[in-house]
Design a protein around this ligand. Structure first.
Ligand SMILES: C[C@H](NC(=O)[C@@H](N)CCCCN)C(=O)O
Length: 247
């Protein structure tokens, strides 16, 4: 497969590893509990907590404000530590806690929203970079494009469901729906952890172990390139420049 061979690139999408589809599933079922929640939350804050429309609106912005401030720092911390699957599982569990506090407990919504803001920022820092560890660099645009497409398809479908649940049963059942969606994301993350361990993938390595393994892969690639270039010189074949880490 080469960059000059777009048909080859498209065909290789079929060979994306199962871990990537797990990442896509987590992306759909996690974000369903965040974006549609925020879209519908203003009236929830007004009715359950008796907040004024202005305060309800301010609460609604809190998750995104927190992400705007925290994401670079949390991204740096995840880069320094590695162990992306642990961060991912922790952030999904914290989001479940935030929704459970909103559904079952009567404390000021700022508490669950702060938890959600931190968890949402950690999830972005740990989930999205995984794609780069799973597919060859020539296919990153395709892999992220597919992730964005699947996420938006999921959100489009689930938005219809959340609207129906809200209109027919109210906010309590909507919160239960979000918690169930997050539990599916948690199951997918557990499957990702198991699959990654079985396959010896790099997703949950510490940064130092990951660095050593990537160096090994690169040095193997360099030596295979020098072998290939010798062969190329002899028989005029092209070298395979794939970068797949997990199969
Ligand atoms: C990083 C992640 N981005 C997305 O989910 C985008 N597809 C859509 C962004 C919409 C505004 N938050 C995120 O936002 O956490």
């Amino acid at each position: 497969m080469t960059l000059e061979d777009p048909v080859g690139l498209v065909l290789n999408v079929r060979h994306f590893p199962p871990s990537l589809y797990c990442v896509y599933a987590i992306c759909v079922f996690y974000y369903v509990a965040v974006f549609p929640f925020i879209a519908a939350a203003q009236l929830f804050f007004e009715s359950k907590y008796n907040l004024s429309p202005q305060w309800a609106n301010a609460c609604n912005s809190l998750v995104y404000f927190m992400s705007a401030i925290l994401s670079p720092l949390l991204g740096y911390i995840v880069d320094r530590t590695g162990r992306n699957i642990y961060w991912l599982i922790g952030s999904i569990m914290a989001t479940i806690l935030a929704h459970a506090l909103l559904a079952f407990v009567f404390i000021h919504p700022i508490v669950p929203l702060v938890i959600m803001g931190i968890a949402y920022s950690i999830l972005a820092a740990s989930l999205w970079p995984m794609v780069a560890f799973l597919v060859p660099k020539q296919l990153l645009g395709t892999a992220y494009g597919l992730m964005q497409a699947i996420q938006n398809l999921g959100l489009a479908v689930m938005n219809i469901f959340t609207g129906l649940i809200l209109d027919s049963y109210g906010y309590f059942l909507l919160e239960i729906f979000f918690i169930v969606s997050l539990e599916i994301a948690l199951l997918a993350a557990a499957f990702l952890y198991i699959w990654n361990s079985i396959k010896g993938g790099v997703l949950n390595d510490s940064t130092s172990v990951r660095g050593k393994r990537l160096e090994e892969i690169q040095s193997k690639r360099v030596s295979s390139r020098s072998v290939n270039s010798t062969i190329n010189a002899l028989v005029s074949t092209t070298s395979d420049d794939d970068q797949t880490i997990e199969t």
